[in-house]
Design a protein around this ligand. Structure first.
Ligand SMILES: NC(=O)c1ccc[n+]([C@@H]2O[C@H](COP(=O)([O-])OP(=O)(O)OC[C@H]3O[C@@H](n4cnc5c(N)ncnc54)[C@H](O)[C@@H]3O)[C@@H](O)[C@H]2O)c1
Length: 338
């Protein structure tokens, strides 16, 4: 069985990806420092799949310990690299912390990979690299113009991997996620933010009575109901795109591949809230606030490249995204602490 090392594997997207990797027959090694996750996520992945994960609690900034992990775990086939700080607003306030964690941590990882002849990697990038796109749906060859330190860190990481492919013939898959939402259909794992940065976990917490109201930031955009439109992708569909990426590195090795991962369909803030009300049967109080700086009217993915080259298609729609998010939230009002 091929070994896949997953950094950030106990986090939101990482834990869902571990399930899909285990179900596809891979051996999974997780490296995480629990800075934004808990060990219980790994326990639950093991319970859901009835398979074992090898876990190392290591910060990527600790290169020596990271090196020991690669020394202990021989014959790693590929790395899936999720570990990063991810809050845009926080990155504006603390750019050095973001660059250190996301860039230095990743450089440590890549150097250790090189020293141990591990040359396949799938990297978590983001639609944020497109900034304010000229047209939407966005294709992968659209202009790259990130607007904040978090986005800049993703652009830099992409370039470092492109250059490493050229110099050392690494197999590289860069996945630009749109808006990952939802939870595993078992309801046993899901997103567990203390303070949500994204719309859907925020709406979930309002529906669950944890927060009072949702602020809609701007209802005067050039969209049918005036609120911002985004492309939401079920986290299980996103997780499966990683398994497809590993397969791509086998059939088309030593190349750099870049794919958008979304559904191609956009939903407005008001549509999300209305659908959540319908599915949860809960009252969700909303207030209209001002637009947030940097927010754009509409952002959806052109996913035709991933559909064709990865042989991957999003299978879940908005209903499944919100049903699964609500199942997780309503049974885990305090996340993994519940
Ligand atoms: N969730 C989103 O909306 C979204 C959108 C686009 C891209 N992404 C990217 O996807 C990846 C995963 O996101 P997520 O939502 O699962 O986040 P998450 O915070 O739930 O998971 C990240 C994991 O990485 C770990 N980590 C962070 N820094 C580390 C370090 N230095 N050493 C070891 N472990 C470390 C954290 O403890 C956490 O378990 C990130 O790279 C993020 O930038 C996320």
């Amino acid at each position: 069985m091929k070994k896949i090392l997953v950094t950030g594997g106990s986090g939101y997207i990482g834990s869902h990806t571990c399930i899909e990797l285990l179900n596809a027959g891979f051996d999974v090694i997780v490296v995480d420092d629990f800075s934004n996750s808990v060990a219980e996520a790994i326990n639950r992945v093991e319970k859901i799949t009835n398979k074992k994960i090898t876990f190392h609690q290591v910060n990527l900034l600790d290169k020596k310990s990271l090196n020991n992990v690669f020394h202990q775990e021989e014959n790693i086939h590929a790395v899936i690299h999720f570990a990063a700080l991810k809050a845009v607003g926080e990155s504006v306030a603390h750019p050095l912390e973001y660059y250190t964690n996301n860039i230095t941590g990743s450089l440590n990882l890549f150097e250790v990979m090189k020293n141990h002849n591990v040359s396949n990697i799938v990297f978590s990038s983001s639609a944020t690299v497109y900034g304010d796109p000229e047209t939407t749906p966005i294709k992968e060859n659209a202009k790259i113009q990130a607007t904040n330190p978090y986005g800049h860190s993703k652009v830099m990481m992409e370039q470092i991997l492109i250059d490493t492919n050229i110099a050392h013939q690494w197999g590289v898959v860069i996945l630009r996620y749109f808006n990952p939402v939802g939870a595993h259909p078992s309801g046993k794992i899901g997103e567990d933010p203390e303070y949500p940065n994204n719309l859907l976990p925020f709406v979930s917490q309002v529906a669950a009575g944890i927060r009072e109201q949702v602020t809609i930031f701007g209802d005067d955009y050039q969209t049918p109901d005036g609120t911002g439109i985004r492309d939401y992708i079920h986290v299980v569909d996103l997780a499966r795109a990683h398994v497809k990426s590993i397969e791509k590195l086998n059939t088309s090795p030593k190349q750099t591949h870049i794919f958008n991962v979304g559904t191609g369909t956009g939903y407005s803030v008001k549509q999300i809230i209305e659908t959540f009300r319908r599915i949860s049967g809960k009252k969700i109080k909303t207030v209209i606030g001002p637009r947030r700086p940097g927010d754009i009217a509409e952002c959806t993915a052109d996913t035709s490249l991933a559909n064709k080259e990865l042989n991957w298609h999003a299978e879940f729609g908005l209903k499944e995204m919100i049903e699964s998010a609500w199942k997780w939230q309503s049974t885990h009002p305090n996340g993994y602490k519940s």
